[in-house]
Write a protein that binds this ligand. Structure first.
Ligand code: ARG
Length: 280
């Protein structure tokens, strides 16, 4: 070691000793992590995936927070079940893969319980009734689902709306226009790129009501099968499922669910289904 290096090193050592001494005057040094008492067991935070472009069920407010009916329901369910949740915006395409891979513990995203999906995931008890609804321009002659057969129809990829339209027009029919989100499909309707959009009634009604400039109207059809939303968990996660069902039961029993429903749709569920609530 040359002299200079030695001086430098000893200077550092001295500084270290001084610092340590100073430190001691204020507080004892923090104990080394290994030697510390066992930390309290970390609280499990369940990660909830939601495609937050689906108002009024899930959307982002001006602050970028994820809000909506589904968010309120799961937050209330979690409180009853005594679990912690964190919502993460997750694109619809890939949302079920994220669940299967464990990147999300649950999915709340206005997800319709279907037989096919039940093959790859488990669902809570149903928490919301829905149906498909057609959106068209006010001037459109469409009066029933069958009228869409020869038209360009926008849907959100991989939704039950996509399934219904694919069945009517044929899965590979290029008149089925698939979009990443339902609002994008509805924007395309406004722009004239598609003649109709088929999507969940609650979302279509909300969009039409909030975009009067789009000059839309809605067309319902009894041909659309009744749908029910459920909270999805990874197949076999019976422990979490039991907690969610227990929470759902509790919020339905004590009026919390009805409060959330009224906050979102303006009327309690018994008095008005979302479809009739907005048809003026
Ligand atoms: N209910 C429909 C389905 O399950 C559409 C749900 C889309 N949800 C969403 N947040 N984008 O297929």
């Amino acid at each position: 070691m040359n002299k200079r290096r030695f001086l430098n090193t000893s200077g550092l050592l001295l500084a270290g000793v001084l610092l340590a001494a100073c430190g001691k005057k204020e507080e004892p040094p923090a104990p080394a992590p290994v030697a510390s008492a066992p930390a309290p067991a970390p609280v499990k935070v369940y990660v909830v995936g939601t495609d937050a472009a689906y108002a009024p069920f899930e959307s982002q407010n001006e602050k970028g927070e994820i809000v909506g009916f589904d968010i309120d329901v799961v937050t209330a369910v979690a409180a009853k079940a005594g679990i912690q949740v964190k919502f993460v915006n997750t694109p619809w395409e890939g949302i079920f893969n994220a669940l299967g891979q464990g990147d999300r513990d649950l999915v709340v995203s206005a997800v319709t319980i279907t037989e096919e999906r039940k093959g790859t995931m488990d669902f809570s008890d149903p928490y919301f009734d829905a149906a498909q609804l057609i959106a068209v321009k006010e001037t459109s002659k469409v009066s029933k689902f069958g009228d869409l057969k020869k038209l360009k129809v926008g849907v959100q990829t991989g939704t039950t709306g996509d399934e219904a339209v694919s069945k009517l027009l044929g899965k590979t029919n290029t008149n089925v226009k698939r979009f990443e989100s339902t609002p994008l499909a509805l924007k395309e309707l406004e722009a004239g790129g598609v003649d109709a959009v088929v999507a969940d009634n609650g979302v279509v009604i909300h969009y039409v009501a909030n975009n009067p400039g789009g000059k839309f109207k809605t067309v319902s059809d009894k041909e659309f099968v009744p749908e029910q939303y459920g909270i999805a968990v990874k197949k076999g996660n019976t422990e979490l499922l039991a907690k969610l069902n227990e929470g759902l039961k509790a919020i339905k029993a004590d009026g919390t669910y009805d409060q959330i429903y009224a906050k979102t749709f303006g009327a309690p569920p018994a008095a008005a289904a979302p479809a009739s609530a907005a048809s003026k």
